[in-house]
Design a protein around this ligand. Structure first.
Ligand code: NAP
Length: 301
């Protein structure tokens, strides 16, 4: 890349981990779809890195995602912070055991064609499994062995709170968006107080506004319903800007991982980020809309 095109996307310290991350990361869930052509997968990944995005979030469960990242970005490994998730689906091993986490890390190292993984999450395991302790021990041993840099938990609500209090993780990932705000009152401040890195998933509330009718069975459905109850109104800036600027600039959030398969959307999102935080009155109105209408709305896995 020539010096003229070197991106100026800022970096944020990722808690006390020593890593720094771009405020927008690439959520590589959709990258795993077999419907996405190889050349489009490549274009997406290269556009992300060439635009200054340095965090890529994948998982064992995201279809072809890990394999594609490994194959297409092996030569650019030093340019990005690689986040994945483990705990299940390792041939011959029971899910959510010490062995499935240790084996999942070995498998991810192979699939992602790398000697180290920057951030490895337990991918939404239950509170009981966390309490049992084996999965946490496996992560910690991998960290001490230098296979992973940051032991992380991805999940919601009670399990997330337990993970933060446990002192065993250096970062967390949870849902945070205009329709998923319960975490803002408690878990996000708690994570900040513990000096953890914070990744916000589903940061655009799965773009629920694309659906005129209730999207029954779709991932966006709970957010579509909440938004209707909350009476959310993005005003002149439109939904995309409103949702993105809300999540990206909530204090304590280090990176929002936006899922997309579309390089143009990725560029549009970076342009919206450059607009900065929402006007304070609009941010507060969104906070109050959630608080006023909250029907016990918990964090969505
Ligand atoms: N840990 C977990 O359990 C967990 C759970 C859910 C998600 N995640 C992570 O979080 C990432 C993001 O979550 P998500 O994808 O569910 O939700 P999201 O980022 O809130 O929304 C993604 C949707 O927004 C659309 N979009 C993005 N930019 C757009 C733009 N500029 N204009 C119009 N539409 C746009 C995308 O469609 P297009 O493809 O058309 O752009 C996609 O359908 C995932 O990829 C994954 O890495 C983790």
């Amino acid at each position: 890349m020539s010096p003229e095109t070197t991106p100026t996307l800022p970096r944020r310290a990722f808690g006390q981990t020593g890593l720094t991350v771009s405020p927008i990361g690439l959520g590589a869930g959709q990258l795993g779809s077999i419907q996405l052509a190889e050349k489009d997968a490549e274009r997406l990944l290269f556009t992300a890195l060439d635009s200054g995005i340095n965090l890529i979030d994948t998982a064992r469960g995201y279809g072809l995602s890990e394999e594609r990242i490994g194959r297409l970005l092996a030569g650019r490994r030093a340019e990005f912070v690689l986040s994945t998730k483990v705990g299940y689906d390792v041939p011959g091993l029971s899910d959510w055991t010490y062995d499935s986490v240790a084996g999942g890390i070995e498998r991810a190292l192979r699939m992602l064609r790398t000697d180290w993984l920057d951030i490895v999450h337990l991918h939404s395991c239950s509170l009981d499994i966390l309490r049992e302790g084996g999965v946490i021990r496996a992560l910690e041993q991998a960290r001490q062995a230098g296979k992973i840099r940051v032991a992380a938990y991805s999940g919601e609500n009670e399990a997330l709170e337990y993970a933060i209090h446990s002192g065993e993780f250096q970062s967390v990932q949870f849902s945070l968006n205009v329709c998923d705000q319960r975490c803002l009152d408690h878990t996000l401040p708690l994570a900040s107080a513990h000096g953890l890195g914070v990744i916000a998933k589903r940061p655009l509330a799965n773009s629920f506004w694309r659906y005129e009718e209730r999207p029954v069975g779709n991932y966006a459905e709970p957010y579509w319903l909440r938004a209707a109850v909350m009476g959310l109104d993005p005003g002149e800036m439109g939904w995309q800007a409103f949702a993105l600027r809300f999540s990206a600039f909530t204090p304590g959030v280090h990176s929002i991982i936006i899922g997309t398969t579309n390089p143009q959307h990725l560029q549009e999102n970076l342009a919206l980020l450059a607009q900065g935080p929402l006007p304070p009155a609009q941010y507060q109105a969104a906070r109050q809309a959630f608080q006023r209408h909250d029907q016990g709305w918990v964090g969505q896995i």
